[in-house]
Design a protein around this ligand. Structure first.
Ligand code: SAH
Ligand code: SF4
Ligand code: F3S
Length: 468
């Protein structure tokens, strides 16, 4: 694998914009206002990428619609993290044969993390002839070119070469929300956890220049954003590839010093690189939310080693203890994998004892899913599926009880929350720690901070009322 990062020049980007112009002219000639639908699977990184795909489509004259039926372009931005995620995409891709039959001009694209796997692009070539284009995350910046080639050459396009990854500044974005914004600070991952497909489909770690990130944050704040979430697979290794005198904590501090009323969140932190300096920086600035997503994956040092995680149970616990010490109100969440190959009952119990010791506010729980090409996929895995399911259910039950207890302890507190939307007859808001609060109120409160008194709690959310 080639490992050198490519920086996309402004000239290369201009070429892409000229493809946008050609596409817009193509539709004008046909006196048609084209429509596009972009469906996103997977993590926030993919959400952020979809905002760029929508940006390019908008610049090419498409209006963005919310269903595939009748759309001239359909883009599925996919996730490869677990087998189930891929099966869903193949299912939905199959269903698009019907929308295309009803609207034969429809052009269908598959991109994102699944598109970076040779076996997936080969399967699309052979078994999904209604798909017009496939492009991996490395080729996202070329989407206008790919779309134009499909429209003008009437030939399927596959942009799936194995590349180290690129950085492109200045791709237009159509954001989902003006209130809450994603800002990718880096792309790719160098960690090669033995179960994980991400380094293979997203390439090597590459950081954006701090001035580009700060300029984007400044623009977002000026446009009214109240929450900025910094994204990267391992934000704590930000800048290591840039030979700068700046690490992730320094970047956070620089953003926190921008003027304006906003909160910064970030994900994901790899425990190996999470430092006391990071926690001290979080504690120091009011504009950094006291919220930390610190995936531990397993409570067993032996399993962590087999996962290639580069930390052990004790180091992890020490870091969490320090973070809680300097941020008593910290909302802590995590990811955990149950049934990693060879995980014994005792090792699973170490995961249980870790969650009982840490008491996470909430946990994302996964059963190990073998990913072709990763080392863990060929490790001996004698534990039957039923046993893994049993462990998984036990873990969820224990965590749900903890989440509910923590939520109950909110009742009676008054918290400043950002009102972010409406669900049926209630408004929704987020606490600084990212907890969901539902309460009664008028739509004109959406986009403002309000003081809410917490009146009730469940495992998943809180209810509140506006301060009189
Ligand atoms: N970069 C992040 C995680 C990204 S993937 C980190 O390192 O923490 C999100 C989560 O999916 C991971 O934390 C892990 O818990 C889970 N995951 C990744 N690969 C998996 C696999 N093969 N099977 C089951 N869960 C997996
Ligand atoms: Fe995957 Fe590990 Fe990288 Fe996270 S740090 S994306 S789990 S390889
Ligand atoms: Fe999935 Fe890719 Fe994110 S594999 S979890 S969409 S980085």
């Amino acid at each position: 694998m080639n490992t050198k990062t490519t920086v996309i020049s402004q000239q290369q980007l201009q070429e892409q914009f000229s493809y946008c112009d050609k596409i817009a002219a193509y539709w004008q000639q046909r006196s048609r206002a084209p429509k596009a639908f972009v469906e996103t699977y997977g993590c926030q990184q993919n959400e952020a990428d979809s905002e760029k795909i929508r940006g390019y489509l908008t610049q090419s004259g498409y209006s963005i619609v919310s269903e595939a039926e009748g759309a001239d372009v359909v883009v599925l931005n996919t996730c490869a993290i677990r087998e189930h995620a891929e099966q869903r995409v193949f299912g939905n891709l199959g269903a698009l044969t019907h929308t295309k039959r009803r609207h034969p001009e429809q052009k269908i694209f598959l991109c994102g993390c699944m598109a970076g796997q040779t076996q997936v692009s080969d399967r699309i070539r052979k078994s999904f002839p209604h798909v017009d284009g496939v492009f991996s995350t490395h080729h996202l910046w070329q989407f206008p070119e790919i779309l134009w080639r499909v429209l003008s050459l009437h030939k399927r396009q596959f942009y799936v070469a194995d590349e180290p990854g690129s950085i492109a500044e200045g791709i237009p974005q159509v954001r989902d929300s003006g209130l809450k914004a994603w800002v990718s600070i880096m792309y790719g991952c160098n960690n090669f956890c033995t179960y994980c497909i991400v380094p293979y489909v997203r390439g090597r770690e590459r950081s954006r220049q701090p001035e580009d990130i700060l300029a984007e944050c400044r623009d977002l704040i000026a446009a009214g954003a109240k929450e900025i979430t910094l994204l990267g697979q391992n934000v704590n290794s930000y800048g290591k590839d840039l030979s700068l005198n700046m690490d992730f904590a320094d970047l956070l501090a620089a953003i926190a010093q921008l003027p304006g009323d906003f909160l910064i969140r970030f994900m994901t932190s790899h425990p190996r690189d999470a430092s006391h300096k990071l926690f001290d920086t979080m504690a120091k600035y009011d504009k950094i939310a006291k919220q930390l997503h610190l995936p531990f994956q397993s409570g067993s040092t032996r399993v962590l080693k087999a996962m290639n995680r580069h930390y052990d149970r004790e180091t992890y616990l020490e870091k969490v203890l320090y973070a809680k010490q300097v941020m008593p109100d910290l909302v802590l969440t995590s990811d955990v994998i149950v049934g990693f190959p060879g995980e014994t009952e005792e090792e699973f119990e170490e995961t249980i004892s870790l969650i009982q010791a840490v008491r996470y506010d909430s946990l994302f729980t996964f059963i190990f899913s073998p990913r072709p090409g990763t080392p863990a996929a060929s490790m001996a895995d004698p534990t039957p599926r039923e046993e893994k399911n049993r462990r998984f259910d036990r873990l969820c039950a224990i965590q749900n009880a903890i989440s509910e207890e923590i939520h109950q302890s909110y009742v009676g507190r008054t918290l400043r929350c950002l009102v972010d939307g409406r669900e049926k007859n209630q408004l929704t808001a987020r606490t600084e720690g990212g907890r969901l609060v539902r309460f009664a109120g008028e739509d004109n409160l959406i986009g403002t901070y309000q003081i809410l008194t917490i009146t009730g709690a469940t495992t998943w959310s809180l209810t509140g009322s506006l301060e009189a």
